[in-house]
Design a protein around this ligand. Structure first.
Ligand code: TRP
Length: 337
């Protein structure tokens, strides 16, 4: 059976939170158990440098993200789990792709355009202020991540769709000039994957500072859940689950029968204190075993490093033949007598 390569990267700048878990990590780990896919999941540490110039944070985030995926049961016998920077072929391909990428294509990238637009609002009106070439050409690095493994499917959030379209453009351009070498990747946006709300009722996101870290201690998890904003209805008054942050988070962790039961309790006027207790117990039960494994892994970082090294070996075994072919195609080759 020929397997579809499913590839996605996680930028190593933060600590995983519950929103990352239900929106990306949980579905990715579930997908990795299917035997018709070859999952390639990686720590995008060279992407981290675009947003973050704090070495300690990049290092710590790489460790935490790797430990998180392993603790949650990513099966590294089936999936290829690696660190981008351990696969130098990706960087080499980045340059080759840079040379076929139109500058005009990069000009259209949302992230770059937003940075320019923000600069144009300021008094000194310097459109380029604070914009590095890393930010500008970041979609090319992302294209190389994907094309290096001839990935068929790339699960991403909506904000990343444009980057996949750019990777497709770049692949087409290369194939047009040099012959068919790259698979044209497809973005997979999981509409069913839950978007979790955060402490303040907006989407849970690091940029809103409203997250609940995935593997905080039990006490801290309880404290944060108690901080989730609710309205001021008293116990006994009927409540609307559909506009309730607690309910929306509960849904992401509960089975349909449990959700139906809680819906009924809302109609009967469940108190916020009690609902928070139920939510805490529910989430805690689900993540406690992984949390224990996570903390054990952090005590044994050499085990994490071993996993990443083994993953890098498998990744390079895939990347090397394709890079060789691509170098040959563009005329970078040994001189023959
Ligand atoms: N840019 C992606 C993000 O910020 C992470 C990423 C890097 C990625 N390389 C990738 C995702 C390749 C999919 C494929 O979320």
């Amino acid at each position: 059976m020929s397997k579809a390569t499913v590839l996605t990267g996680i930028t190593t700048t933060g600590t995983p939170h519950l929103g990352n878990y239900v929106g990306a990590i949980r579905p990715a780990i579930a997908a990795s158990q299917r035997d018709d896919v070859l999952p390639c999941y990686f720590l995008a540490d060279y992407h981290a440098l675009i947003k973050c110039q704090e070495p300690e944070r990049v290092r710590q985030s790489s460790l935490e993200i790797a430990a998180t995926w392993l603790a949650l049961g990513l099966d590294t016998a089936n999936a290829i789990f690696y660190r981008q920077s351990d696969v130098p072929e990706i960087m080499e391909l980045t340059w080759i792709l840079t040379c076929v990428t139109a500058k005009g294509l990069m000009n259209r990238a949302h992230a770059y355009k937003a940075a320019v637009a923000e600069n144009e609002q300021t008094a000194d009106n310097d459109a380029d202020k604070g914009i590095t070439m890393g930010l500008f050409s970041y979609p090319i690095l992302m294209a190389a991540d994907i094309l290096m493994f001839n990935a068929h499917r790339v699960p991403v959030g909506k904000d990343q769709i444009q980057h996949i379209e750019m990777a497709r453009d770049i692949a087409h351009r290369f194939n047009h000039i040099y012959g068919e070498h790259f698979v044209i990747p497809e973005a997979i946006v999981d509409e069913k994957a839950a978007t979790l709300l955060g402490l303040d009722g907006r989407k849970m996101s690091k940029s809103y500072d409203n997250t609940i870290p995935l593997f905080e201690s039990e006490a801290k998890l309880k404290k944060l859940i108690n901080k989730i904003k609710t309205n001021s209805l008293e116990p006994g008054e009927p409540k609307d689950p559909e506009t309730c942050t607690l309910f929306s988070i509960y849904q992401a962790f509960a089975r349909p029968v449990e959700v139906a039961e809680i819906r009924q309790r809302y109609a009967e006027g469940i108190g916020w204190g009690e609902m928070k207790k139920i939510l805490f117990t529910h989430i805690n039960e689900q993540i406690a075993p992984a949390r224990d494994r996570y903390h054990a892994l952090l005590q044994a970082p050499e085990h994490i490093e071993q996993e990443l090294q083994a993953g890098a070996q498998k990744a390079r075994a895939m990347a090397q033949p394709l890079l060789k072919e691509v170098r040959q195609a563009v005329g970078i080759a040994p001189i023959k007598g």
